[in-house]
Structure formats: structure tokens, C-alpha cells
Design a protein. Structure first.
Length: 216
């Protein structure tokens, strides 16, 4: 079974997808980590992504792999380097670039095709990468709850921002994601909306497993 898991920033997609995959014995692929990895590459190498020749050369040479929680960039495990404020501040420009998104979509489709039972999580998985997915979950929560969750995630990494700044960042990312020209964030007609506002992780997982069992 192929499951697409989409939704806005801070909705808990990664936490849910990872826990659901572990419970069901599925392969979990966090596609957002690929964008973060390439963002790190552009920063480390000071690449000008507005230069199409430079960008295409970088995309032609880069090697990115995901193995569980580990993310590899050109052979190096960078999982602890891609969830930082610097990456957060720069990823929107990377994720909204049409050339990069086309490359990433092709890479992600290849990953999905090569995996039998997969939970693939990301911003346009259900609409672009896996439109034929057996189940398309759209995970959401109120913007206030998403901001609180993002604050908690950051604090666990010793990254501290005020609630107001975190809320502003979430709203900014919502605006960018829904209005970008290439593959904007949206629900499909057959998306199943999971609003986990006020719900525990276990409650949300049980709801999703119930839906999966009905589909089988």
C-alpha cells in the first residue's frame, strides 16, 4: 500500500508518518528532508540558484539518500544539520524553485516506485509525486496549535523563539506554500482530512489505522 501524507507546516506530519510507519512496518520517506539537504548544499557551497546553469550542474552532481531517520548528502550523514533556523529561513526559496521541484519530484517518484509499502510525507506528495496513492491523508491543525508544536520542537533542539515569532513564521510559510506557482500546497478531491488539533499522537494514529484497515 502506498500512502501519501501532506499538509501545512507544523501540523505534525513527520511525527505522525514516522510513528504510523513503525506501527505498520512500512517504509517512511520524509521528502522535506531532501529539500533541506539541498538547501544545506546551496548554503555550504554558496550556490546561486538564480543562475540556471549553476543550479542544473549542482542538481546533476548531488547525491541524496534517505535511510530511516538518516539523511545523506554526497555520502555524509547530515540529519543533525538540516533542522536549524538557518535552513528554515532559506528553504522556502529552494522549495519554490520550479527546476528544483521538478528534480525532487522525479527523485521522489523513483523512491516510491521502488518501495512496496511506503508512507511518503511532504508538501505536494498527493498532488504531484504520488497522485495514484492508495490513501491520501491531509494532516492539519489550527495555526495556533501548529505554532506551539513548532516551538516545542525547536526547544528540544535548544532553539528558542517567542511564540509571536514562531506564529509569524508559520503564517509566512502557509502563504508561500499555498501561493507558489509550481505545485502549491492543496488538498485533492480524494484527500482524507485529519485535523489533529487537541488530539494525542496515539489518538491520531488510531484514526489513521482505522481508515487504512477499511481501505484494505
Amino acid at each position: 500500500m502506498k500512502i501519501a501524507l501532506d499538509g501545512p507546516a507544523g501540523a505534525g506530519k513527520s511525527t505522525l508518518a514516522k510513528a504510523l510507519a513503525k506501527r505498520c512496518g512500512y517504509t517512511y520517506i520524509n521528502t522535506g528532508a531532501l529539500y533541506r539537504a539541498f538547501t544545506l548544499k546551496t548554503l555550504n557551497e554558496a550556490l546561486d540558484i538564480d543562475d540556471e546553469d549553476v543550479l542544473r550542474k549542482a542538481l546533476g552532481e548531488v547525491r541524496m539518500e534517505i535511510e530511516g531517520d538518516n539523511v545523506y548528502l554526497d555520502g555524509n550523514n547530515i540529519k543533525d544539520q538540516i533542522y536549524t533556523p538557518l535552513i528554515d529561513q532559506n528553504i522556502s526559496k529552494i522549495a519554490s524553485n520550479p527546476t528544483i521541484r521538478q528534480y525532487m519530484s522525479a527523485l521522489q517518484k523513483k523512491m516510491a516506485d521502488e518501495t512496496e509499502n511506503v508512507i511518503m510525507e511532504g508538501r505536494d506528495i498527493a498532488t504531484v509525486v504520488m497522485p495514484e496513492a492508495d490513501i491520501k491523508f491531509f494532516i492539519t491543525a489550527t495555526v495556533e496549535e501548529r505554532a506551539r508544536r513548532r516551538m516545542k520542537q525547536n526547544e528540544e533542539k535548544n532553539i528558542f523563539h517567542t511564540y509571536e515569532d514562531t506564529l509569524k513564521d508559520i503564517l509566512y510559510r502557509d502563504e508561500r506554500d499555498t501561493k507558489r506557482k509550481f505545485a502549491p500546497l492543496m488538498m485533492t478531491k480524494d484527500s482524507i482530512v485529519i485535523d489533529n488539533t487537541g488530539k494525542t499522537l496515539e489518538e491520531t494514529i488510531e484514526e489513521m489505522i482505522w481508515i487504512m484497515q477499511k481501505k484494505k
